[in-house]
Each structure stands twice: as structure tokens, then as C-alpha cells.
Design a protein around this ligand. Structure first.
Ligand code: ADP
Ligand code: ZN
Length: 717
């Protein structure tokens, strides 16, 4: 029997198991039931892939998605580990070959979907091959209390009875204590060992900002990662189509991905993405699990996610290779109503509403995001004194709104007055904002709301701020948002007594700027060589029709680009290179490194060219704001703070929307501004590229964006 260490080194090229992996491999070998709650990227798959290599017992892996199974089997084949999959997508001949491999004991690892598993022929096959272990991936899908309940997973409750001699090991990346218990019960686990990993994902930077101009905000972040992967999550299919089109029109090739696409279309997109021919996917939340790429550098929620569990899972797809990555949520209270509309009618509405409220609390809270998420999953997180360095609240801190109590009281007083004036007739948050802003709308006129004392009380603030305050009061329980399908705002008992007692109420200023994470890659490497290696990897992946990260992870490529191995022995020392990959790719990679070095004029030269690929530590938004206020030209600011002019223009757009300057002549000449405004008013949808073309490509995009932002800011009253 192979030892754990030698199998790990031989097949995977790793030196040691991680602590939790060690525990899980141990219980699997002992034939004990266990539930592992491991964060994404924690290395779940090794836990069930390794034991059969050691003791030769047949392991069944149940997985909800065919795409995931294919990826894992492809990966195992590249490592030289025999594994097969049985599902509806494989050809009859592959199927026959897989069955034969199982019958003859040529493979000890078989992947299956639940549907396939319960066919009587399959059950027979597993019995005759004396199934030893059952590994259940994404085990939270079995629980109603999970965020991703799958009815077909419910059948797995029969496994215990059908295979009493086999041990069951369940795996999930997200499970609250409640879901954990449910998993154990549903699967009929016996004296199961519970292994819980550390939930925090220190390499992810979390940011939540109010949704303003979603496309512009998404562009700002996605553009930071050229040639690297980003996933944008939306609520509806229509949103994915719209956002993908808008990103593409702005020079970022993006594809929509949702359940409404034809299967072959979906396959093509996810393959292009995993083979690194396509970098940006705009997907519905329902369809994320099939997307797999270890070097996703950025996950954006265009709308709020429907639960903290989904958020953890979806953002978890960023940085699975452990490298710094960014997660951005664009938050808008309207999304809550949209989700409620999607959910109404389901028999789980109440559960879903509670899950949604948690997201609301999370988004408008003032606790470090890393700490909130850890605590949500039942783990403590000690926030370092100078902050975690990887969330919006710690990066920027938060300020209490000036005159917070008075503003809160004005809003509460308005809510009280509205309820006494209109009794049961409720008004939505949008209407409240319109009143406070002093807008002139049909509804306001119809109900004579210009007469209210609060009308125009917040005239000088922009809507995003006002609606953020309103949300915070809801989140703190002073106001309630209730009713279907249109939610209305009401004052609660708590709100009334706070108003009466003149209690002080704290609200925080919403952050608008989207920061860069402060994290750095731990070692320096040659960026040029890394790019060359990635290009090579892309070619190999396309040739073999497998996901690029299965060939080598980014981390392994970075290490190669750092070590620059010139012979087999130094290549072998790099983490993530097992025997099979060494034999298969070793010489090619060494030749590539040698050739690259020669082109650069010898390796000494390359050492000096080593750059740190970490996102730059950007100057604080405070500095930028001050420079905008001083009307400093874009290129000067760019030089001063070390950002690209386009990036600065992105920040300037936000600043303009918040501060609404009288004019933008500091950044765009009168003449250009006039031409842009003409083109803007002639434009049907405000898309940048057609405007750029209408201006005969004579005026830079940055200037168009600035003028557009200004026009929109002024129109917003
Ligand atoms: P999960 O399925 O839990 O999201 P994966 O199985 O995809 O995680 O593993 C995440 C990453 O960690 C992969 O790049 C994998 O190669 C790497 N990895 C897993 N186990 C180890 C280990 N013991 N040593 C080094 N790297 C590991
Ligand atoms: Zn933090």
C-alpha cells in the first residue's frame, strides 16, 4: 500500500496534506462517516480522491453537475489517476468502457449524478463491485435550509439503507450549523466526525457599494484585470444579456450565461471561459456552479445575492488558487423587491425572505466584512487593529452621516405623518426618496405631497445617499418594508418610540468609491515569462479540450516564472508537479523558460525585470477627491497618484455624480463638451461606442464618460 505522502507527491506533486484533508483522509480510510465543511479552495476533492489510491476500495462520488464531474475526471486523467464518470452526457461506448473499468477493478473512483445513481442497473453494478465509500459533493444541496436546495439530492437519503456497509463522507463549502445538522440527519450518518475548516478567505477583498451606474461600476473593476477572469452575477436572464452587451460595447468581451441558452451554446461559453479564450461571463445565480476556473480574479454581484450562503459560494469562485482577488457587490434596495417577486409563490418564501434579510443586514452593516461572514458561519474572527485590509469598511473606514440623528428623525417623522395621513395606503422607498429630494412627480402631485414638511428637506443630497439612509433605518428596525408585490415603507413601534424619546440614531455614510485590494502576491516573479507560460497553457488546454487550470494552476506558473527552472530537478521541486505532469510537460516547460531567458539576453537580465504583480496600493479616495475638487487635469492626477488616466476618469465619474459640479471644463474643453452633449442627446441608449463613432473617433472615451456622467448627474433631480 502506498503511503499518503508518496501518493500525494507522485500524483499531485504536493508535499503534505492540509490539516483538514489529513483528518478527512484518515476517517475515510477508517470507514467512518464524516461531514467536512471546507471553504472553496480548501482542497475538498483530494479528500475523496486519495483514499481509493491507498486502499483500493471503490469510492462513489455524487456531484450535482455534469460539468464539474467532467472537470474532475479530466484533472485526474492528467494526473494519471484512473477515474470514470457515468452520466447522461457521455456516449454509449464511453459508458460501456466505464462500466467495464468498474467491474474489472481498473478504477476505484466513479463520479455520478443522483439521477443516474438510482437506476437499478447502476445500483446493481455498485453492489457487485462492493462499494466501500460514498463521497457527496456540494452536500448542502440536500437541505431545504441551504441556499441551493435540489430535489434530486433528496433521494440520497436512501443511500444509507441501500449501502449499509459503505461509509459516507459529505462535503460542502457553505453550511450554517442548522444546515450541517440537517445534512447529517438526511444522510442517516452514524457517529459522524465533523471537520470544519476556517471559513475566512483572506485573499478575497470584499466591497459593497450602492448601485448607481451599474455598467460603469462594473467596467471600472473588470478593467483592472485584463486577460484575467471575471464573473458578473445578475438576477435575471435579461439582465445578463443587457450587461454582457454593454460590457462588450465598451471594449470588454463578455458573454451572457444562463439556463435559457441552448445546451451547446452553454457548453461552448463555459469551455471558452475555462480554456481562457473568454474572460468575462455574466451569469444568473442559478447557473454558476458549472463555471469553473481557478484564476477568477474578480466576482461582481450586479444585484444583491439572495442569501449570505450564495454570496459566500459565488464570491468563493474568486481566487480559488489562493491569489488576491476582488469581490464587489452593487447594492440597491430595489433588488430586495425583485427577489421577492422571483420568490413569491414558492413554498419556501418565508425561509427565503429571512435569508435575504441577512444579506441586507450584511450590506448596510458596519462590521468588517470578513468578520461578519466568519461569524455568520459560526466562527470567530478577530479583526486586526488596523483592519483586515481586505474589505471596504476596513480599507476606508466609515463615517457617521453628519447630523445623523436629525436626518433619521426627519425621515421617521415623514413616515409617521404618511401613515396617519394615508392609513393603510403604503408608499414605496422610491416615493419617500422623491419627497425628501423635493422631486416633481405625478404621484407627488396627486397626493399633494409637496405640502409635507419633509418635502425637499434633503434637496442638496443625491438620491443614492437618501436611499441608503432609508435602508439603514429599515435595517436597524426603525422602519419596516412590507407588502407584496410592491413593498411599502412604514414606521415601526421601535421607530415611533425612538422619535418620541429623541433617541440618537447612527447612520453611516455610504461609500461610493471602489477601492483596490491591499493584498500582494507573496513572491516576486517574472511577469513576461508568466504571460508566455499562460499562452502555452492556453494552447495545450485548447488542444486537449480541458480547462486551462487543470494543466497547471496560476500559482504553479507563477512559481515557475519565479524559479525559472532550467533542468528537471529544479522543475520537480515546484509545488503542483507530480510524476505524470513532470514526464509530460517537464521538458517543454524547461525549453520554454530557456528560450525566454535567451531572448531577454540571459537570465541575469531577467532577474532585474522581476516585478510584483500585486494590485498597486492605490492612493486613498480622499486624495483623489481633493484633486478633483482642485480641478486638476486628468493626466496630472494620473501621474501624481500613479493610476492610469482611464482609471482616474472612472473615479472622476463617480465624484461628478456625487458632487455635481457646475461644469467639467477642467477636464473637457468647452468645444468638445458641446459636441459630446449633442452626440449624447442624439444617442438612443447612451452607449459609449456609438457616441465615440458619431464623434468621428476624435474625442477620447474618457472625455465622453466625464461629460456623460455630468449630464446624468444634472438630470437626476
Ligand atoms: P475545493 O474543491 O475545496 O474548492 P480544490 O480541490 O479545487 O478545492 O483545491 C483548491 C486548490 O488547492 C487547487 O489548486 C489544489 O490543487 C490545491 N491543493 C489542494 N490540496 C493541496 C495540498 N495538500 N497542497 C497544496 N495544494 C493543494
Ligand atoms: Zn475588514
Amino acid at each position: 500500500m502506498l503511503s499518503v505522502e508518496s501518493a500525494l507527491k507522485k500524483y499531485w506533486g504536493f508535499d503534505a496534506l492540509r490539516p483538514l484533508q489529513g483528518d478527512m483522509v484518515q476517517v475515510a480510510l477508517e470507514g467512518r462517516d464524516a461531514l467536512a465543511v471546507m471553504p472553496t479552495g480548501g482542497g475538498k476533492s483530494l479528500c475523496f480522491q486519495l483514499p481509493p489510491l491507498l486502499d483500493g476500495g471503490l469510492t462513489l462520488v455524487v456531484s450535482p453537475l455534469i460539468a464539474l464531474m467532467k472537470d474532475q475526471v479530466d484533472a485526474l486523467q492528467l494526473l494519471g489517476v484512473p477515474a470514470v464518470t457515468l452520466n447522461s452526457s457521455i456516449s454509449p461506448s464511453d459508458q460501456a468502457a466505464a462500466i467495464e473499468a468498474i467491474q474489472q477493478g481498473k478504477t476505484n473512483l466513479v463520479y455520478m449524478s443522483p439521477e443516474r445513481l438510482f437506476l437499478s442497473s447502476t445500483l446493481e453494478l455498485l453492489h457487485s463491485a462492493s462499494l466501500k465509500r460514498i463521497a457527496i459533493d456540494e452536500a448542502h444541496c440536500i437541505s431545504q435550509w441551504g441556499h441551493d436546495f435540489r430535489p434530486e439530492y433528496r433521494q440520497l437519503t436512501r443511500l444509507r439503507e441501500l449501502f449499509p456497509q459503505a461509509s459516507i463522507q459529505a462535503f460542502t463549502a457553505t453550511a450554517t450549523p442548522k444546515v450541517r445538522k440537517d445534512i447529517g440527519r438526511q444522510l442517516g450518518m452514524r457517529q459522524a466526525k465533523l471537520c470544519v475548516g476556517v471559513f475566512d478567505r483572506p485573499n478575497l477583498t470584499y466591497q459593497i457599494v450602492p448601485k448607481q451606474d451599474a455598467v460603469g461600476q462594473i467596467l471600472q473593476v473588470v478593467k483592472r484585470f485584463p486577460e484575467e477572469a471575471s464573473i458578473v452575477y445578475c438576477i435575471s436572464r435579461a439582465d445578463t444579456e443587457r450587461i454582457a452587451a454593454a460590457l462588450s460595447a465598451n471594449g470588454i468581451e463578455a458573454k451572457a450565461y444562463h439556463a435559457g441558452l441552448a445546451p451547446n451554446e452553454r457548453k461552448e461559453i463555459s469551455e471558452a471561459f475555462s480554456q481562457e479564450r473568454l474572460h468575462v461571463i455574466v451569469a444568473t445565480v442559478a447557473f454558476g456552479m458549472g463555471i469553473d476556473r481557478a484564476n477568477v480574479r474578480c466576482v461582481i454581484h450586479e444585484s444583491m445575492p439572495k442569501s449570505i450562503e450564495s454570496y459566500q459560494q459565488e464570491t468563493g469562485r474568486a481566487g480559488r488558487d489562493g491569489l488576491p482577488s476582488e469581490c464587489l457587490m452593487l447594492y440597491s434596495a430595489g433588488d430586495i423587491v425583485r427577489w421577492q417577486r422571483v420568490m413569491s409563490g414558492s413554498d419556501r418564501t418565508q425561509i427565503e425572505r429571512e435569508l435575504l434579510e441577512e444579506v441586507q443586514r450584511f450590506a448596510s452593516g458596519t462590521t468588517c466584512r470578513h468578520a461578519f461572514l466568519s461569524r455568520y458561519f459560526g466562527q470567530d474572527y478577530a479583526v486586526p487593529e488596523d483592519g483586515c485590509g481586505a474589505c471596504d469598511l476596513c480599507l476606508e473606514g466609515w463615517n457617521e452621516v453628519e447630523g445623523s440623528t436629525e436626518r433619521a428623525q426627519a425621515i421617521l417623522r415623514l413616515a409617521l405623518e404618511m401613515s396617519s395621513r394615508h392609513n393603510d395606503f403604503g408608499f414605496g422607498a422610491g416615493h419617500f426618496v422623491a419627497i425628501l429630494k423635493g422631486a416633481d412627480t405625478k404621484d407627488i402631485r396627486r397626493h399633494y405631497h409637496e405640502d409635507l414638511k419633509a418635502y425637499g428637506a434633503f434637496e442638496s443630497f443625491d438620491r443614492a445617499h437618501i436611499s441608503s439612509w432609508l435602508n439603514q433605518l429599515v435595517d436597524q428596525g426603525f422602519l419596516a418594508r412590507e407588502g407584496q408585490p410592491y413593498a411599502s415603507i412604514r414606521i415601526t413601534e421601535k421607530g415611533k418610540s425612538a422619535l418620541l424619546a429623541g433617541e440618537s440614531i447612527a447612520m453611516r455614510e455610504a461609500l461610493v468609491a471602489i477601492k483596490r485590494g491591499r493584498q500582494k502576491v507573496a513572491f516576486a516573479y517574472d511577469e513576461g515569462l508568466f504571460d508566455r507560460l499562460r499562452q502555452w497553457r492556453r494552447e495545450v488546454a485548447a488542444e486537449r479540450k480541458v480547462a486551462a487550470f487543470l494543466i497547471f494552476s496560476d500559482k504553479t506558473l507563477m512559481e515557475i516564472a519565479s524559479v525559472r527552472p532550467l533542468d528537471i530537478s529544479s522543475f520537480k521541486g515546484i509545488s503542483g508537479i507530480g510524476d505524470k505532469k513532470l514526464a509530460e510537460f517537464g521538458q517543454t516547460v524547461i525549453d520554454l523558460v530557456t528560450e525566454f531567458g535567451a531572448r531577454q539576453g540571459g537570465h541575469k537580465g531577467v532577474v532585474n525585470a522581476v516585478v510584483n504583480k500585486a494590485p498597486r496600493n492605490s492612493k486613498s479616495q480622499g486624495t483623489l477627491d481633493a484633486l478633483f475638487a482642485k480641478r486638476m487635469p486628468l493626466h496630472e492626477i494620473a501621474e501624481k497618484v500613479g493610476l492610469r488616466p482611464t482609471t482616474v476618469a472612472g473615479h472622476l465619474e463617480t465624484w461628478i455624480k456625487v458632487h455635481r459640479p457646475q461644469d467639467v471644463t477642467a477636464w473637457v474643453s468647452e468645444e468638445n463638451a458641446k459636441r459630446i452633449r449633442q452626440a449624447l442627446s442624439a444617442s438612443e441608449d447612451g452607449r459609449l461606442r456609438p457616441i465615440y463613432e458619431a464623434l468621428k473617433e476624435e474625442i477620447p472615451y474618457d472625455e465622453i464618460r466625464v461629460v456623460k456622467a455630468h449630464a446624468e448627474a444634472l438630470a437626476e433631480v
